[in-house]
Structures are given as C-alpha cells and as structure tokens.
Design a protein around this ligand. Structure first.
Ligand code: PLP
Length: 449
C-alpha cells in the first residue's frame, strides 16, 4: 500500500478532537492511525507494517480481512442486513446450531449478546434467577468486562472506580503457582490449597447465599494462567455440592485460542453457563453470547427470561459467525493453534527465557501465551509494580517501544507481554515475531537488578 501521511494526519486529528477512548486519560494517549490490515499484519499511513501478536484485543482469531468472512458479511448485508430478535432468522438459527454443536456437554441453547461484558451480565442474571440466591464469587486475577456487574466481578484494578455497586460480589484467589497465595511449591499443593480456600470462602459467605462462581477457564488478561490439573473439576464438584451455578467465561479463551474449541475441553469440565464473544466471529461484527445448560434453560421454559437486547442475534454478526466457524473447520485452525503453539511458540518462548534474565516465567497453550517479566528471577519481583503508570511503568513502555521498532505489535499488561496472534499465523511469521521479541527483551533486560 502507498504511504499517505496527509490522510493519516486527518484521521488522527479527527480522532484527537472527537473520539473518547476506552480506559484512557484522553490527553495522555497517542493512538496510531491505521490504514489497513490483512492476515496477521496491519500498517499505518507512513507505510510502516506491524506483525500483530495481539489479535486486536485477542479476538481476530482468523486474522484480518479473511476473504470468505468478508464475502459472507457482504452477502448477508445484501440479503437481510438486520432483523428484530423475536423472529427466526436463518443466519441466527445457523450460528446458534454451529455454536451449540461445539460447546461442551448439554450447553445447547444460545442467548446472543453484543459482546463479552453483556454476556457476563446475562449469565449472572440467569444464575441468580435460577438459584434465587444473591451473591457471586469471582477471582481477583480476572477480567470479565466493562459494564457494571461485569466490572464488579472483574478482579483487576479497572474494577475500583465502579466498586460502589459491588453488592453481592466476593473475590477469592484462584490458583497461580508462580505467584502463589498459598505457600505452595507444587501444582498439586496449589490446586488442593486453592480448592480448600474456595470451600472456606463458600462456608463463611453462606452457601445458600451464593448463586454463581464465575471463572475464566484460563484467565486471559490477568496473565494466561492455565489452572493446575484437577482445579476446575474440583470447582465443579464444589458447585454441585452447594447448588451453585458454575459460569465459565470463555470470551477470550474460547473459539480455538487454546488449540481446542473451548478451554473447558482441555479440562473435561462442563459448566452450567458459558460466556463467549471475540473469536466467535473474530469480531468482524460485534457478537457475544451465553451457552445455557438444559437445566437452566428449563427454568425459563414457561417463565419468561427477564432480559433482552435489540440486537440479540443480529443477522450480520451471526452470518459472520457462521462463516468464521466454517472457515476455522475448513482450514483446520484449531489444530493449527495446537500444533504451532506446541512446536513453535512454546519452544521459541522457552528459548528466549533461557537467554533473557528479564523473563521470569513462560506459560500457555495453543496461541495463548504469557511471558512474565521480572526485575529479579530469584525474588520474582515484577519488572514494574502492580497497576504502575507513568515513570513507574517506564521499563514496560521501553519494552513495547522496542518491539514496535522491530515491527511487532505486542500485547502488554502490567509486567507481562502476551503472545496471542491469530490462529492462522504461519510458522515463518511466528518466528519473525519471536525475533522481534528477542530484540525487545534485550531492552527489558537493562532493567534487571
Ligand atoms: N470476559 C473476558 C474473559 C474478557 O477477556 C473480556 C474482554 O477482554 C470480556 C469478558 C469483555 O468482553 P467485551 O469487551 O466484548 O465486553
């Protein structure tokens, strides 16, 4: 593509004058003006191209501008761009069928939302109405969305500003051996102690007051932390014991990211409700939803479900989901994520960890990886403090700038970089990205004590 700095300057000027950006101090940000994107790359108006190791916000699982999905959206737009949610519409019916055929166990009814946060809102409402109980338990190390209830159950600091309305939300510690809250030294200890802590929390909160436990199957933004073997099965057993609804949030982990259709498949656990969004149609048109078990669906068989959205099951978004799921099947993208994750990304990151003292731990599966950056490998002191900004965050800012200079757009959260490229990123591209990470980690190394 031809560089066009003038056009880029106009895009940037209108953005700076009128666009109010998410999670940002509006005058302290400097958004890059993006001219185009294809596959695993995007480029700016000055002709600089970046390999995208973020999949946007971990959602373009099939990469940018997949021609078959773009064509399906165009066809649906020509045929029936939109239609109200109370009607049976082909694209909606077909998307629900394709999703239900892939979700675990008996999660066979699909309630469509506009994205992940409202999927979480509805899942928790369903759980409260189903059980008649008020409270929800969630993990500190979590992100569940930006709307009121979804941000309340979130554990990360984005919750703090909206905490006045947390009534009914109790946080607990889920397992994470590298930064254990339980003095554990092995995965077995971490698992057993985290389950004991959760059962004690349930006992002290009162089992009969708890409607749901919500967990990301593999927590994403909080650090890609695959739970130890047995943990999710243990949570499932506690939910069964106390009549609590298990909600697994697969907004980020779902639709192939982990090298399986859903992360729950890795652990053989079937939740009562499962939230999804992002990868369901690679975010080409906003779409999310809740997959509902037979038992919870039965609660609303003759009693109306008190909730809905104008755009529930929007035909354009659903047509994009149908095309995306079909493309993922035809091109074997779930298997691709599993095999290239195991043969290229995992080994490549472990090799970087050996050479760079700033790398404390590498963990992940499929195309879902985190690199934990530290000042000191022994003490595991993070490269920047929890929730750092400004000067305190300078080492991570320098790392990110170095990655961009090397042509890689990195995902950065606190003291971590996540490697979360599209599932169809090729081996050569992955190696190109790992080489850029190598260069950026040398900059992070300068901050090691
Ligand atoms: N749940 C999880 C696990 C997420 O990662 C996200 C977004 O990153 C959400 C929910 C919220 O989704 P959305 O931004 O589409 O509302």
């Amino acid at each position: 593509p031809q560089p066009d700095p003038e056009a880029g300057a106009a895009v940037k000027a209108a953005d700076r004058a009128h666009v109010f950006h998410s999670w940002s101090a509006q005058e302290l940000i400097d958004p890059l003006a993006v001219a185009g994107a294809e596959g695993s790359y995007f480029w700016d108006y000055d002709g600089r191209r970046y390999l995208d190791f973020t999949s946007g916000l971990v959602y373009t699982n099939i990469g940018y501008q997949h021609p078959k999905v773009v064509a399906a959206i165009q066809e649906q737009a020509a045929r029936m761009t939109t239609f109200a949610p109370a009607f049976a519409v082909e694209a909606r019916s077909e998307a629900a069928r394709l999703i239900a055929e892939r979700t675990p166990g008996d999660l066979d009814k699909i309630f469509f939302t506009n994205g992940g946060a409202d999927a979480v809102e509805h899942a928790l409402r369903m759980a409260r109405l189903h059980t008649g109980r008020p409270k929800v338990l969630s993990a500190y190390r979590s992100y569940h969305g930006g709307t009121q209830q979804a941000v309340n159950v979130t554990g990360d600091p984005r919750r703090w500003a909206s905490d006045s309305a947390t009534a009914g939300v109790v946080h607990f510690w889920a397992p994470f051996l590298y930064r254990s809250r339980f003095y554990a030294e092995t995965e077995e200890q971490e698992c057993a102690r985290a389950l004991e802590h959760l059962e004690t929390t349930i006992a002290f909160e009162g089992p009969s007051t708890i409607a749901a436990i919500i967990l990301e199957t593999i927590p994403g933004t909080a650090g890609v932390m695959p739970p130890p073997p047995g943990y999710l099965a243990g949570v499932r057993a506690l939910c069964d014991k106390y009549g609590i609804v298990l909600v697994l949030d697969e907004v980020m982990a779902g639709f192939g990211r982990t090298g399986t259709w859903f992360a729950a498949d890795l652990y053989d656990v079937v939740p009562d409700l499962m939230t999804f969004a992002k990868g369901v149609n690679s975010g080409y048109v906003p779409l999310g939803g809740v997959a509902i078990s037979a038992e919870i669906a039965a609660t609303f068989a003759t009693r109306p479900y008190p909730g809905g959205l104008t755009y529930s099951g929007h035909p354009l978004a659903c047509a994009a989901a149908v095309a995306t799921i079909n493309v993922m099947e035809e091109e074997g993208l779930v298997g691709n994520a599993a095999s290239l994750g195991a043969s290229v990304v995992g080994p490549g990151l472990r090799e970087l960890a050996e050479r760079h003292p700033s790398v404390g731990e590498v963990r992940g599966t499929g195309m879902f990886w985190a690199v934990e950056l530290v000042r000191d490998r022994e003490t595991r002191e993070p490269l920047v403090p929890y929730n750092a900004s400004g000067e305190a965050n300078a080492p991570m800012a320098a790392f990110a700038a170095a990655a961009k200079k090397a042509g890689l757009w990195p995902f950065v959260n606190m003291n971590r970089t996540h490697v979360v490229p599209p599932l169809n990123t090729g081996e050569a591209e992955l190696k190109e990205g790992l080489a850029a990470l190598d260069a950026a980690l040398s900059v992070a190394d300068e901050h090691v004590r």
